[in-house]
Design a protein around this ligand. Sequence first.
Ligand SMILES: [Zn+2]
Ligand SMILES: [Zn+2]
Length: 320
Amino acid sequence: MGAGEEASWALVWQQLQVLFWTYAGHLGPRLSPLNLASMLVLCLVLWFVWRPAKGFFAWVFPARIYRHPSFRLDLKLFFLNGFIGLFITLNYVVVATGTAWALGTALGIGPPSPEARMPILSALIVFLAADFALYWYHRLHHDRPSLWAIHALHHSAEEMTPVTAFRHHPLYGLLGGAFVAGVIGLAQGLAMVLILGSIDVATLAGTNLFAALLNLGTANLRHSHIWLRYPAWAEHVLISPAQHQAHHSVDPRHHNRNYGEVLAVWDWLFGTLYVTQPDEVIRFGLGDAAGTPLPQRHPTLRAALVEPLARAWATLRRQA
Ligand SMILES: [Zn+2]
Ligand SMILES: [Zn+2]
């Protein structure tokens, strides 16, 4: 085996590790013990400060929400998408590795040298690339009618719990994995050429350092009934739970706003930012252009899997 070939395999192995952690960072830790515990601690603080009329558990886990059919569908999709996540990992591995490798080969980069590693900087690059890609991937699903047909399943949730984060059509995750992986692969390839010489991911409990720190406690409140806002300046930088709840609102003034996953900077830069107000009353679900709630399109798992595809197909045929 020549030195060049060895270098290529070293690169592939390194990519596999990077991608594993990227995958873990995006799909695993939402409902990880660390994230759930930090969410509960944050809720306890909020409960003491806000003093709602209900007891702590009745306030954080209202029976009305957890008995709703919307939550039951979320749970079914959570298990289905957990299984499909295996294929999404494969997507990441193949697409991002392929992209970074092709770029590395085309530009003749040598083997990564251990001294050149800058784990914090490389974690930051992976995080920014993934978050930027997710903004555009999400936004495209609102801009294109055929993609909206697929993404509308996420928005048809009438009640929100942390499990709603997994209420997606399997196609959304599969295509998203490939799209995000391509962007990460490009960013990694470029980073290796331009600054790092090598790329690594700083990990904290199995996730990207930056995503983990910025998500701690608040990620699970994005899909919830707890209206947690940040000061206006902070909502220009990070997406607050309230900002994502507004994204799920039937009210037209909230439509097509706040596409960001972790950072609000992309929404700010590209003109889709909505800064929340105190005590907004949000109704979750699909609404028409006037804000009238639409009837539930996805009452069953079967409807959730078939209806989006049928609607996307009909939209594409109309456009053709
Ligand atoms: Zn959306
Ligand atoms: Zn959402």
